[in-house]
Design a protein around this ligand. Structure first.
Ligand code: F6R
Length: 247
C-alpha cells in the first residue's frame, strides 16, 4: 500500500512501476484497465519516452455489443487515451472484442492468447466502488476466468446512461496469474472499497480482496482513497522508511 498526497502523485508512483518493468524487460506483456483512474498514468506513459514497440497489450474488459469505434467502447478509449501515438505494433495488441458473435469462444481465445504471449507481466487495475476488479462484480468466483458478466446496477450508474448491461471480463483467477498487479485508486468515493479490499476479509463479496492472495500486488492510492484505512499511518511509515532498509 503506497499512499501519495494526491492523484497526480499516485500516477507518478504508478509510472515508476512501469519504468522498473521496462528496465528489466524491454518487451513485456501489459494488461490495461479502462476507466477514469488510470488516465493520469496513461498520460505520463505517453510522455515518458519509454519504448513500447516490443510490448504485448491486453485489456481487462469490454462492454458487450460495442464495436471498436463505438463511443463507449473500451477499445476506443484505450486507443484514444494510450495506444495511439505510442508506437505500438498492431499484431501485439489484443483487446477484448465485445462485439464477438460467440462470447464464450472469444473468452477462450483470449485466455489462449495471454498464455501464448507468455502471461501478463504487469496488470494495471482500477477499483469499483463496490469492490469490483475488471467487471468481476461482488459474488464473482475468486477462481473465475474470462467470461461474459452482467454489470451491477451501481456500476451501470457509475458508467453513465447508455452503458450496456453486459461485459466480457478477465476473471479473478485470470487477473491473479499476472506476475505483478498494480492497482490505482483515487478519490474519496473509493475510500470504503479500498478499506474493504485491504483490511477486510478475503471474500468474493469484495472481488478486489483477492489481491490479498497475490505475492506482488501493489495498491497506489491518494490520501482521499486512504482516508478510511485503520493502518494508514503504518503504510506511510513503511513508505518513509522503504529506502532505509539495512541502514
Ligand atoms: C475497467 C475496469 C473497472 C474500473 C473500475 C473503476 O477496465 O476494469 O474495474 O477500473 O470500474 O473505474 P474508474 O477508474 O472510472 O473509477
Amino acid at each position: 500500500m503506497i499512499i501519495r498526497p494526491d492523484a497526480a502523485g499516485a500516477a507518478e508512483t504508478a509510472l515508476d512501476f512501469v519504468r522498473r518493468l521496462y528496465d528489466r524487460k524491454p518487451d513485456p506483456v501489459l494488461g490495461l484497465a479502462t476507466g477514469k483512474t488510470p488516465l493520469a498514468l496513461y498520460g505520463k506513459m505517453r510522455a515518458s519516452g519509454l519504448d513500447f514497440s516490443g510490448t504485448h497489450f491486453f485489456n481487462l474488459d469490454e462492454l458487450v455489443g460495442l464495436g471498436p469505434d463505438a463511443p463507449n467502447s473500451f477499445r476506443r478509449f484505450l486507443r484514444e487515451n494510450l495506444l495511439d501515438g505510442l508506437g505500438v505494433h498492431e499484431e501485439r495488441v489484443r483487446l477484448l472484442r465485445g462485439d464477438a458473435k460467440d462470447l464464450e469462444r472469444e473468452a477462450a481465445d483470449y485466455e489462449a492468447a495471454i498464455k501464448e504471449a507468455g502471461g501478463i507481466d504487469l496488470q494495471i487495475l482500477g477499483l469499483g466502488r463496490n469492490g469490483h476488479i475488471g467487471f468481476n462484480e461482488p459474488g464473482s468466483s475468486l477462481g473465475s476466468r474470462t467470461r461474459p458478466k452482467t454489470l451491477d446496477r451501481e456500476t451501470l450508474a457509475d458508467y453513465g446512461p447508455g452503458t450496456p448491461r453486459f461485459s466480457i471480463t478477465m476473471g479473478i483467477g485470470t487477473i491473479l496469474e499476472a506476475r505483478v498487479l498494480l492497482m490505482i485508486a483515487t478519490g474519496e468515493a473509493k475510500a470504503e472499497a479500498v478499506r474493504r479490499i485491504a483490511e477486510g476479509p478475503l471474500t468474493s463479496e469484495t472481488p478486489g480482496s483477492a489481491l490479498q492472495l497475490h505475492p506482488r500486488a501493489h495498491l497506489v492510492v491518494d490520501e482521499a482513497a486512504a482516508s478510511r484505512l485503520a493502518r494508514a499511518d503504518y503504510w506511510r511509515w513503511v513508505w518513509e522508511n522503504k529506502w532505509r532498509v539495512g541502514q
